[in-house]
Design a protein around this ligand. Sequence first.
Ligand code: GLC
Length: 703
Amino acid sequence: MSKFFIILVSLFMCIIHSHAHHSLYKDASLPISERVEDLLSNMTLKEKAMQLTQGRIGENDNLNNLENGKQKFIPTTGSFIFFGTNVIYRNEYQKRAVEDTRLGIPLLFAYDVIHGYRTVYPISLGQACSFNTNLVEKACRFAAKEASDTGINWTFSPMIDVARDPRWGRVSEGYGEDPLVNSAFCIASVKGYQGNDLTHSDTIAACLKHFVGYSESVAGIDYAYSDISERAMWETYLPPYLAGINAGAATIMSGFNDINGVPAVCNDFYLNQILRKKWGFNGVVVSDWNAIRQLKNQGFSKNPLVQGSASLKAGNDIDMMSGIYMRIPKMVEQGYIDEATVDDAVRRVLELKFKLGLFENPYTTVQEPELCYLKEDYINISEQLAIESMVLLKNNQVLPITSSTKIFVVGNLLNDNEALLGSWAMRGRSEDVFDIMSGLELYKPTDVILVDSAENADIILMCIGETQKMSGENGSRSTIKLHNQGLVNEYKKYGKKIILITSSGRPISFQDIEENADAILHIWQPGTTTGTALAKIIFGINNPSGKLAMTFPRTAGQIPIYYNKHQSSRIGNRDWSGLYQDIESTPMYEFGYGLSYTTFAYTDLHINQDTLEAQVTITNTGERAGKETVLWFISDPEASITQPIKKLKYFEKIDLLPGESKTVFFPINKSNHLSYDLNGKSIFEAGTFNILVGTQLSSFEVN
Ligand code: GLC
């Protein structure tokens, strides 16, 4: 055999081998870790940089987010925020990545599915007031179905920033002021979005945001500096993230905020030391929109190579929309960062894509769009969640309306369906919303008449509240007075009973209007099924069961005000306990407050000193069936590190028929319920603890 022929054959074999070797990552029978390493070993530095870059496809409908220069589609980009709804269009982009590039790495399509996609559920702060995690898990499951049917495989949700300042518009997006409530709904959302197997076509990767402490924005201003003590971080802001990571959340988004002088996007301590090293999170961290370039504004650096390398080294894997990570080859070349660090980030992105099954199933099945949305199950869950999120704040025996009554309905909510959808309504449409008047018409008893003037009415049903843009991102307000509250005083002159139906994306001040209302039902922003959910409550078909997940101050001057505060050094008599001189210092309505059309009695609180199991009996002492959320609070009145006056440690929601009693149990354990956090370490100190549930209070000793 001639030498030439031998060389030719061996060359051919090398090509075959290298090609075969190169496509090892496409072999689905191999472990993901092997596929990742094989693919990574074949990538150029530029290809790696593109995998860490996130662009957008479709028209950006978030007007808060400006863009840097013209967007051009580069098929080797790692991920896109998909503002489109056309699956064929989406698959064409995917095809260019999978079939027209050297390595065929599929794209990730992300979107902000915060409280629904096309079917809109109540805003998250309203959902939290339901205290019904099963219902929220179902809602997120259905939201994932609608979104994945449209080609989305990654949502930037749940937002779990514990919120204590209602001036900040984004309190609407999270689950209120309590760390346990945010943790519980974080777990429910992650389970709902991700299901049991991320390779299933109807699951989407969750994203815990905005890591960390973004809600502690100075003065309630958005995007601002956050000055947070380590105590507050460990006691309040970090726990929901650990809960979400333990629930298997695939990704995390770093915040816009500057954390005590080190902006979140390049904060090595929280991203690398805590998230990755202490908690072992090995998922993807994505920046917020243009956050890396914004490091210039925050006084960190004007140099994009410093901005980018600092963020990447800190553990921020993907650059959302700044384009700076596309300069990673230059950062490596000039010694700002080593390629091994780049590889770590690329590994996590590739692993996410393999976990999502994108290499095997990169395309979304094309269906008739309208058949994917607003399905009966989705609507039913949306309505149930809307009903359970509404909070009855006052009722002078005027609700429910059941007997023959003439009602005059008035207020800005009657003609503003967008307001009822709330912020981040995404593909939700105002024309899909079941509006308030239609709901009242549909469910009113035959002898209840809707009249067209206040004079002719027995009751004025006043539906007032914030517009969609008054809360959410970039929705900070210096006052929390209710938008259009002047209407209450205007209609007071008719001398009729006034039922206030209020809507907002934040706790609001009822200081000026509470006394003129005979009933107040706060509905938050209930979403697509507002009209039917509200009518069912007003006419008593359903009994309200919502409880506040965030305290309502009397006035903005009290902010920050929250239930789990630390004790003052002077307490008791108001004259010398440092309280306000000009107003009552307690909140208007505290965390956990909410009325029902029935009443519940709490009796026989007992703690088993051996097993530390607490139990209490709850009886429905009224005439109607109702749901009651049982909130268990623990306090530790003496500890080397002072503790909040009380902390929610357990909750569950029960159904009770009239006259029915149930015994509810709370299995107390030292580490979860009686210890406190000292910079990440759980500390238990023996001593006396107090337990509060409903009207029952007791103490117990633990050694
Ligand atoms: C926004 C928000 C973030 C959202 C992202 C993408 O600025 O801060 O919550 O996920 O941009 O829309």
